[in-house]
Design a protein around this ligand. Structure first.
Ligand code: SER
Length: 869
């Protein structure tokens, strides 16, 4: 079976069991502070499990893009070393939300694997939860009984909490689980050693393929377990492993999912994949795996960067570059070329890859180039370090390489070993620990458990229609951040817009009987709207008046609505390839990142600005559709973003011909925006440009500032025609410069004659040390004339130019050779006298400084040097 058919067969089977097939959620998570990436199919349903939101359908299934590289489920270090762990992988899953439970989940899993896919029953082993004393949980006898319908009891094995109790993270929904493992060994091997003894022992041929989780509990921050309102099913099957089994392979990398990538890398690097444990093979696997993770992340809108999720992506890509560099001897960027292979292979099912191919490959190429530069700088530094003669390189030096040059430790170790050197690993670890402790101190944040005040239904957002509401608290918790305590509050209703879609969160107040609690920010965590309050309301059980800062909200809305107009204008003027890649809508300004492969020319910037202002003047009224089916909105031409999670119904915002899917708040008609002014156009990454702009009073202020600058210039130049005045100045300046040069060469001529007769020997060296009334350029002429006129001479000239001072040290080649003097080195010390710095070559060096009074002492130092030399 081809992998695409395997995926389809799963979805068809679940559909026939009345599951609704849903899309994969984006791999990069936007609104859950406890999770950066989707690490399991159930992530997008977390709130349903917790009872914070209602399921739209009691049974769903999908194939979910997952990434396991950080947090609780982190497989990164295994990837490539073995043949069955991945950073990015697909998880086939089916879910029941308070509907069917253990029995159906078990029956269907068995039926699908053995009947539909035709896997030999004798190769399958089942694990069930064996209980846990600390959590006060019994062994899962129920699951065992259901399995006994299909499998002899001796192939059903008990395992403890570590293997058979599934948790998404440190806190959150969890429950006992039951896994299906497969024994891929040969008949002979299976006869010799019983497969049951190899389950859960990291044997690459006896592996888990499907995990059935029976969600029953919520793990709280104090690690206690609390029953969920309903019992749910959450299953996850590793798609790549399933393909290995069904395609009769023993490694995921031998399936049609990875082979095209492996072959492309073989071809490009000239290395052959031997499916072994060699470093070359590990490198091939690492690269084939990582290019998928990075490409899918970029397609979901997450670019490599220096922080958060972006940094994780950058590290994955660098791991791939490093393996290519060290083991495939690839010194040139090439990983970006694999994107085309990936798109051919997966672009059909994952259209976000196909439509952004060019962008993905450009971004990867730029990252590769920049990291390869880092590697070669690190190499240079490493050479300096190893030339010191030490046998064991101290931890601090390794840390410096790692921290300052981004040079990976394992690579350092490898290079050192090749040179017969060693590194102080303990010392390095100690340095690393010190750094970690420093950053821990900077960003400690302790989150307490929710205190439930009222068991209300899901919190409702009413902020599209009103800026005030009578609310009561449903839950709150205390959060410690950088030594400060704040409170996170959740209400039954809220007019506060939670940060999202680029728009900042609302601020405002909670008021009751003269008590005022300031709301500092509002954010979304999954489906909860969380208000950050500076203190806890005195009476948490009472009603409060929630009031949004209306003036700030209005400024923010102008900037949000204009972002839509800007998006439209960009697509009109630059072309349809423009896609939104990020935005920030702030009360004072807006920022819009978009895909475009060259600088936006000044003229285009002007055109865009004009077009947006036209759209403002058109005064189109807001046409808001709050609950329109996704497909209908798309059919009407609404713009949607990649990497955004949309439900079956969406909110669509239309102003005239601009229509976007958007959850933000907006002006009632575009005329309210008043004025739009672009303040900057820059580059953010390869293929991504950024426009920053302002509206209304803030835009006017920008223009006033520009006017003021012009007015000031006219005033200074005493001429209302600024262009002409500046042209005149430039001409005058050129003429003066020429005149000075002529005068200087006359002066040089005069000085040359005068100085020639003043050369005197110090310690046998003909020398001239004095101040001259020339500028730097003229001094250089003088120095060359003097050098040309004699066999041997040492010169030091000081010169003042207004508040600036200069120093030139020069000598003939014979002195460099015979005495070993070096002008570049000598000047460094002497220039300190004029509070300056400089350098140059052994025979000529110059320095500039800001203390003309120091010239005499600098020259003095030079004289002392000559006398003592
Ligand atoms: N959440 C479980 C897992 O990730 C089953 O889907 O293994």
């Amino acid at each position: 079976m081809k992998s695409a058919d395997i995926r389809q067969a799963f979805l068809d089977f679940m559909k026939s069991r009345t599951h609704r097939i849903v899309d994969s959620a984006p791999m990069v998570i936007q609104d859950d502070p406890t999770l950066m990436f989707t690490n399991a199919g159930m992530n997008q349903f977390k709130d349903i499990f917790l009872g914070n939101s209602e399921p739209k359908h009691p049974r769903v299934a999908n194939s979910q893009k997952c990434l396991r590289v950080s947090g609780k489920h982190n497989d990164l270090e295994e990837v490539g070393v073995d043949t069955y762990h991945h950073t990015m992988f697909e998880m086939l899953g089916n879910w029941s939300f308070g509907d069917y439970f253990k029995e159906e989940a078990i029956d269907w899993a068995w039926e699908l694997l053995t009947d539909v896919y035709g896997i030999e029953k004798e190769r399958l082993y089942i694990t069930v939860f064996g209980g846990d004393e600390k959590d006060g949980l019994e062994a899962d006898q129920e699951a065992r009984t259901f399995w006994q319908k299909h499998v002899p009891n001796q192939r059903i094995l008990d395992f403890d909490r570590k293997d058979n109790f599934w948790e998404m993270g440190e806190t959150g929904p969890c429950g006992p689980c039951s896994e299906i493992h497969i024994d891929l060994r040969s008949e002979a091997e299976r006869k010799q050693v019983d497969g049951a003894t190899l389950v859960n022992l990291d044997d690459p041929r006896v592996i888990e393929i499907w995990n059935l989780v029976f969600m029953e509990f919520n793990r709280k921050a104090d690690s206690s377990l609390h029953p969920l309102p309903h019992k749910h099913i959450d299953t996850g099957m590793g798609f790549e492993r399933l393909a290995t089994v069904l395609q009769g392979k023993t490694s995921n990398y031998d399936t049609d999912i990875f082979q095209p990538l492996i072959q492309a890398i073989e071809k490009r690097s000239g290395k052959k994949y031997q499916a072994s444990d060699s470093q070359v093979d590990i490198a091939l696997r690492v690269i084939a795996d990582h290019v998928r993770a990075v490409s899918f992340s970029i397609a979901d809108g997450q670019l490599p960067s220096n922080t958060g999720a972006g940094y994780v992506i950058r590290r994955i890509l660098r791991r791939a570059v490093r393996y290519a560099y060290s083991f495939l001897e690839m010194r040139e960027p090439f990983i970006h070329e694999l994107v085309a292979v990936l798109v051919t292979q997966m672009g059909e099912h994952f259209t976000e890859l196909k439509s952004q191919e060019e962008l993905i490959s450009k971004v990867i190429k730029e990252e590769e180039e920049s990291f390869l530069r880092t590697l070669s700088r690190g190499m240079e530094r490493l050479e300096t370090i190893t030339s010191g003669g030490e046998k064991v390189i101290p931890g601090e030096k390794i840390f410096e390489l790692y921290d300052t040059y981004g040079f990976p430790v394992d690579l350092t170790a490898l290079i050192l070993r090749e040179q017969g050197l060693d590194l102080d690993e303990e010392g390095f670890k100690a340095e690393l620990e010190k750094q970690k402790a420093r950053s821990r101190k900077d960003a400690t944040s302790v989150t307490g458990d929710w205190v439930v005040v009222k068991e209300d239904d899901v919190e409702e957002f009413v902020g599209y229609d009103q800026l005030e509401a009578d609310v009561h608290l449903t839950r709150y918790r205390e959060v410690e951040q950088k030594g400060k305590t704040i409170y996170q509050l959740v209400f039954n209703y809220t007019p506060f817009y939670p940060e999202g879609g680029g728009q900042v969160g609302d601020t405002g107040t909670l008021e009751r009987d003269g008590e005022v609690v300031r709301i500092l920010d509002t954010k979304k965590e999954n489906n909860l709207i969380i208000h950050f309050a500076e203190s806890l309301p005195k009476d948490v059980g009472s009603d409060y008046k929630a009031r949004v800062d209306a003036e700030k909200r209005q400024r923010t809305e102008r900037n949000h609505s204009v972002t839509h107009l800007l998006h439209k204008a960009l697509r009109e003027i630059l072309g349809d390839h423009v896609q939104q890649k990020g935005s920030l809508v702030h009360p004072d300004y807006l920022r819009f990142d978009f895909s475009h492969f060259s600088k936006v020319e000044d003229e285009q910037v002007r055109d865009i600005e004009v077009r947006v202002n036209e759209l403002i003047m058109q005064d189109d009224h807001l046409d808001e559709k709050r609950n329109i089916p996704l497909q209908e909105a798309l059919d009407q031409g609404a713009l949607a973003l990649f990497g955004e999670k949309y439900g079956d119904t969406v909110r669509a915002i239309r102003f005239g011909e601009s229509m976007e899917l958007c959850g933000g708040t907006h002006v009632s008609s575009t005329g309210t925006i008043g004025l739009f002014k672009i303040t900057q156009e820059t580059s953010v990454a390869a293929g991504i440009r950024r426009i920053e702009a302002k509206t209304a009073q803030a835009a006017l202020a920008v223009m006033h500032q520009a006017e003021d600058t012009v007015a000031e210039a006219k005033e200074l130049l005493k001429n209302p025609d600024l262009t002409k005045a500046i042209q005149d100045l430039i001409h005058k300046n050129q003429a003066l410069t020429k005149e000075i040069e002529e005068l200087n060469s006359l002066k040089v001529e005069g000085l040359f004659k005068e100085l020639k007769s003043q050369i005197s020997e110090v310690n046998g060296v003909p020398a001239l040390v004095r101040e001259v009334p020339l500028d730097a350029k003229a001094v250089k002429d003088l120095v060359f004339r003097l050098k040309d006129s004699t066999q041997s001479i040492f010169m030091v000239f000081g010169y003042a130019d207004g508040p600036k001072a200069g120093l030139t040290v020069a000598m003939t080649e014979n002195l460099v050779k015979e005495k070993g003097w070096n002008a570049g080195q000598l000047i460094r010390d002497w220039a300190k006298e004029i509070e300056g710095g400089g350098g140059g070559q052994p025979f000529l060096a110059t320095a500039g400084g800001k203390k003309p009074e120091g010239i005499a002492s600098a020259l003095n130092k030079a004289r002392v040097f000559l006398e003592e030399a």
